[in-house]
Design a protein around this ligand. Sequence first.
Ligand code: 13P
Ligand code: SF4
Length: 372
Amino acid sequence: MSAVIPIKDVEYEHPLPGNACDTRHAWARVPVEPAPAERTALKDRIKRLLQERDAVLVSHYYVHPDLQDLAEETGGIVSDSLEMARFGRDHAARTLVVAGVKFMGETAKILSPEKRVLMPDLDATCSLDLGCPAGEFDAFCNRHPDRTVVVYANTSAAVKARADWLVTSSCALDIVRALSEKGHKILWAPDKHLGAYIQRETGADMVSWNGSCIVHDEFKAFELQDLMKQYPRAKVLVHPESPADVIALADAVGSTSGILKAARELDAREFIVATDNGMMHKLRTLNPDKVFIEAPTAGNSATCKSCAHCPWMAMNGLAGLAHVLETGANEVSVNPNLIDRARLPIDRMLAFTAALKNGQPAGALVPNIGAA
Ligand code: 13P
Ligand code: SF4
């Protein structure tokens, strides 16, 4: 695929010993921004191809604004990872094109094995997924046989297949709280900050894997406090993959969709936002009268810089999207032996969150400890 698409290699290195990032060498191939005329032509071509191929575009909030807008203009969706999964499962199109990262494409395939799932770049992954290899995770689970295994969506199909429950950041608190209330002790993976936040909020008995997100791990509390002094009326919105000292400064802690909701509902005109800056597009278009400022990722206490944008989300571009629709390249495949097992925890999450949404007693879907 890369032979026909101009790309520039980007290195994200964190060479200092003891730095905050567990992923020392993340890399990405970021597509070159097309010139205006080419951009318009690519968008027109993609719209035509989506129709011809009976395909629908499912984009994440962190991808390029062009891919977010295109999804909405063509009957697809731009959303968080939970709603992307639900939308892809329920849509009638025979082809799903997922603009996001690998785990989102795999989740779509697990939920709809009969559909063709394409991605602009199959190498777009996630530091949480990379940092939680299935073999080591299996051994970790085997050391804690008395614990219910709750796994974040940002993981491989093989890790999901080892889980009892799947969660995303938008439903993690509700699901872990419900499990804890039924007496479950939790084994959590892979994001250590999100795990610690859930533990603080729910009081659940948890052991955690030691993973982190290359983007959110870099938000800095010290510099954030400085910025808050510059914008004393601003409310602070934080994604819970961020470190605890950053979360402690938040007016609202939430998933991507939680941050959008808080920006809409909180009584403020200015917001400091600690999440991937791909979110700014939706935040600004939905709230044109409000001001959104990026939380700092670097400064006096910083050891590295992600510029608050996921290198793997940035691999999704218009040219790659047009290419996969044209050629059918970059089809996502999941080992058929894993699909049934990996689907179980995802289905549990989707049933739980659907019940919550409909005002039904979602906790009833969680078994008492000792039950099946
Ligand atoms: P959401 O589940 O909120 O979409 O977040 C996914 C993600 O990768 C956050 O960094
Ligand atoms: Fe993974 Fe972080 Fe990128 Fe989300 S922003 S896909 S958690 S590396």
